[in-house]
Design a protein around this ligand. Structure first.
Ligand code: GUN
Ligand code: ZN
Length: 648
């Protein structure tokens, strides 16, 4: 199996997943198909057009003499007439509904291997919500025992079957954590999060979110996560944001049986829609039929067409989510979706409590601007990271001030009067404090917000107070001045002060946490057309850094990379590769995860890093795709997109 991150946002990721030479892109949805075509509401030929992975139930096949014979003789792919990836469930669902089933845990593993399933599932015990803790613990112990047995059986017999190792623990977060820790020790291929269906059905989304996070935090990052039984598109984006990669949907068909029409924000009853002139969707079904026409069809036909529509919107939502990840607008996408229902918004608000963890996975730069969509945006990882990175700057003398929200951003490009080595920190309702000299960096200028209510503006007061306290300890009370208006800056003008060079120095402190230009004389070039900062040269006129226009990150040249290597102590901002990779990386080839021996654990995705060997000799420089933690876990895929090697 191969699993590689291609694009990312939040904890969400677009990945390549390859199973038995069949490649798919995640996040994706696995339609649930019934092994008996007569019981399947939508023909498999239709499913094939949308899906390249499906899930069916091995227990149903096992219990049906006719289906079982075909599967044993021809394999599950022929039985379903589907030659792409086939995942099977084990009968756990039947166990949760009927209380007992008629198969032994390892018997169903053997059977899944025998019928040629791509990914099988252990016979885990889906413990319902709110049971006694003792019961949840007992069930979990049994699931863990079965998990170990299944892995042992696979090893002993040399099975090729990949396995789902489901996380259980009911609504007890400490049990979910324990489940994740124990299951991680076993070599499962995919980790489903189980027994969330009853919670989903009763709109207990907040608990689902807590279960996902408390499982995900202790699961390996290099394995796909499947949210078992979540088929409603309105929850997908939030689950993807938290790192879920796979979904299964029986909902498309179950809802159709019940006359229900799925949308990305909820479910409608066809009966209530029959007086609408048009459907609010442009899938082939909704283009062909008017609501009353569809409503008046005979039952079987109506059910099939409704199921088709439901499947279209399900895939459409997944496609939109993938695009949002690529654009760096997944947070905005989720913030839009969660406003479809207060229970979703409540679930989203819980993320605030986990933002320290989530921030580690969130890219430091994005294509899209940061949109403030409501008070929840104040707790996003971009804001949290800025507040932490503010402490990276070396302050001398600080003025704290307000600026009218009418002043155009970036301030530093519109208030030209400031020419001083005083650090001016501008109070800001979203980011808390914005240092005047670095305010062109993403997201400090790349954000949009409405004029906030007064109470929203005050939310950062505590942060500002704490930050000033920190500053007091650092530089002393006498070096901090709280001033009211930026007009005061006129007195900060000094003709021969090179504020451009000073700004670049501050920007590098913020980007790396070290004073890269200490003792280095530089010349800063602005664009002739736009007047914007463009290039940083050394005394000889050689390029050290270019300033990337969309986010104002400083992008090192080879000389710049050498400077970073000199000024930043090991292992900070470094990715360490083995001997085998060294000659290739030096010539500027990309760094793949399998060659990594170590990395700065604090690296966030999309930073500008240096690549070194085990003796800390500089080899190359580039942009990291994986964060510092993932660098150690992943064994395939791109880890650093190299800009240049030192031998190039
Ligand atoms: N389908 C929905 N939930 C579950 C679960 O918890 N375990 C299994 N095996 N299948 C499921
Ligand atoms: Zn439609």
């Amino acid at each position: 199996m191969r699993f590689e991150i291609k694009y990312r946002d939040g904890m969400g990721r677009v990945c390549l997943l390859e199973i038995n030479n069949k490649k798919i892109e995640t996040p994706t949805i696995m339609p649930v198909v019934h092994p008996n075509p007569k019981k399947q509401s939508v023909p498999i030929d239709f499913i094939k057009k949308l899906a390249d992975i499906v899930i069916t139930n091995s227990y149903i096949i096992y219990k049906n003499k006719f289906l079982r014979e075909i599967a044993e003789k021809l394999g599950v792919h022929k039985l379903l007439n589907f030659d792409k990836i086939v995942v099977t469930d084990s009968g756990s669902y039947q166990l949760s509904v009927y209380g007992k089933i008629d198969v032994e845990p390892n018997e169903i593993i053997e059977f899944q291997e025998r019928i040629g399933v791509d990914v099988g599932t252990i016979l885990d015990i889906p413990t319902p919500p709110d049971v006694d803790k003792e019961k949840a613990e007992r069930d979990l112990e049994e699931t863990l025992r079965r998990a170990k047995e299944a892995i042992k059986l696979r090893e002993e017999r040399g099975y090729r079957l990949l396995l789902n190792g489901t996380i259980q623990g009911s609504t007890y977060l400490d049990l979910r954590k324990k489940s994740a820790i124990e299951m991680s020790k076993l070599n499962f291929d995919i980790y489903p999060i189980g027994a969330v269906v009853p919670l989903m059905e009763s709109y207990r989304f907040r608990e689902v979110v807590e279960i996902i996070i408390n499982s995900k935090m202790y699961l390996p990052n290099n394995k796909p996560i499947h949210l078992f039984g979540c088929g409603h598109p309105m929850f997908f984006s939030l689950a993807v944001l938290l790192g879920c990669d796979l979904f299964d949907s029986a909902a498309y068909s179950l809802y159709a049986k019940d006359g229900r029409y799925l949308t990305e924000t909820g479910t409608l009853h066809l009966e209530e829609m029959k007086d609408l002139k048009e459907f609010p969707c442009s899938c082939p079904v909704c283009l062909e039929y008017k609501p009353n026409e569809l409503y008046n069809l005979d039952e079987k036909e109506r059910e099939r067409l409704l199921a088709e529509h439901n499947l279209y919107v399900t895939f459409e939502e997944i496609n939109k989510i993938k695009e949002a990840i690529k654009e760096g607008s997944l947070w905005e996408f989720v913030e839009k979706r969660v406003r479809a229902h207060p229970k979703l918004l409540e679930a989203y608000r819980i993320l605030k409590n986990y933002m320290e963890y989530i921030e580690k996975f969130d890219p430091v730069t994005k294509k899209s601007a940061f949109f403030y969509t409501g008070i929840e945006s104040l707790y996003r990882p971009e804001v949290l990271r800025h507040k932490k990175r503010l402490k990276r700057i070396k302050y001398n003398k600080v003025y704290i001030t307000n600026i009218s929200s009418k002043v155009e951003r970036p301030y530093s490009e519109h208030i030209n009067i400031v020419k001083t080595d005083v650090d001016i920190l501008i109070k800001h309702p979203i980011f808390g404090l914005i240092p005047y000299y670095i305010d062109t960096i993403y997201p400090l200028s790349q954000h949009e917000a409405p004029e906030l209510y007064d109470f929203e503006k005050n939310i950062n007061d505590r942060f500002i107070e704490e930050f000033i306290n920190w500053l007091r300890k650092k530089i002393g009370e006498e070096n901090i001045l709280d001033i009211r208006s930026y007009n005061y800056y006129t007195s900060l003008f000094s003709e021969d002060f090179d504020s451009n060079a000073y700004r670049i120095r501050k920007m590098l402190q913020y980007q790396y946490g070290y004073d890269i230009l200490e003792g280095v004389n530089v010349r800063v070039i602005r664009s002739k057309n736009t007047g914007r900062l463009r290039k940083v040269l050394n005394e000889n006129g050689d390029l050290l850094f270019s300033i990337r226009s969309h986010d104002n990150f400083l992008i090192p040249s080879k000389l710049g990379a050498k400077l970073l290597w000199e000024k930043i102590p090991f292992p900070k901002y470094r990715v360490v590769v083995n001997k085998e990779a060294e000659p290739f990386v030096k010539k500027g080839r990309n760094v793949f995860a399998k060659f990594i021996v170590d990395a700065d654990e604090e690296l966030r995705p999309y930073e500008e890093v240096i690549v070194v060997n085990e003796n800390d000799e500089l080899l190359a420089y580039g942009t990291n795709i994986l964060n510092g933690v993932e660098m150690r876990e992943f064994n395939n895929g791109l880890a650093v997109k190299v800009r240049g090697g030192i031998y190039e």
